[in-house]
Write a protein that binds this ligand. Structure first.
Ligand code: E4P
Length: 218
């Protein structure tokens, strides 16, 4: 399972990339706004911090303007992945871009039928929003299960990118279901490392080690 971080905070991205466990980054207009940075400038910086895909979202809602925006975004770096919304124009743009060899992440997916359409449009990634689905009284994980089943039925190569992840259980369940990628806020990635018994175990080992009076590094 690939781990992407869902942020435009370059300090967080650099710190997580240093673990060697980060496979990519997703951004969206809200995250860019939160960063307070210039879109092009911060996206370029993020692309240099990770080798994997960096999703940068178009703003236009019509296909011709989406194509023009995508053309600008594609020039930022080779690892830019164009993010388009799951609309008719978004999928037209997805088809045209992937036919032309670009990476495309189709975002704001809330139904398995939408995911089926995105796969038919050649999407590199489909982003079902698990947390927002839950927030609205649906089961986000059931959505993932349906998409996994459908994609496997037809051997679609589109990668399932579990998005809008709110906590470690979402990550665990997404992995059980077989999502290809999870994009998570930095705090959720950090929480995956933690376990109270790990901390307690280290504490106990160090206390016993101190009694030996030994050192490894002389
Ligand atoms: C995915 O690419 C989106 O940026 C993101 O996961 C949205 O998550 P949110 O519902 O926490 O805003």
């Amino acid at each position: 399972m690939k781990f992407f971080v869902d942020t435009a905070d370059t300090a967080e991205i650099a710190d997580l990339a240093a673990t060697g466990l980060l496979d990519g980054v997703t951004t969206n207009p809200s995250l860019i706004a939160k960063s307070g940075r210039d879109f092009m400038e911060v996206t370029k910086e993020i692309c240099a911090l990770v080798d994997g895909p960096v999703s940068a979202e178009v703003i236009a809602l019509d296909h011709p303007t989406m194509m023009k925006e995508a053309e600008v975004l594609r020039k930022i770096a080779d690892n830019v992945c164009i993010k388009v919304p799951l609309t008719v124009d978004g999928l037209k743009t997805c088809k045209a871009l992937t036919d032309d060899g670009a990476m495309v992440n189709v975002t704001l997916c809330f139904s398995a039928n939408q995911a089926l359409l995105a796969a038919k449009a050649g999407a590199s990634f489909i982003s079902p929003f698990v947390g927002r689905h839950d927030d609205n009284g649906f089961d986000g994980l059931d959505l993932l299960r349906d998409i996994r089943l459908i994609y496997d039925n037809y051997n679609f190569e589109t990668e399932i990118l579990a998005a809008s992840i709110r906590h470690p259980i979402h990550v665990l369940e997404s992995a059980r279901i077989g999502a290809d990628v999870a994009t998570m806020p930095p705090a959720v990635i950090r929480a995956l490392f933690k376990h109270v018994l790990t901390d307690k175990g280290i504490e106990g080992f160090l206390a016993d080690w101190a009694k030996t009076g030994q050192t490894i590094l002389k």
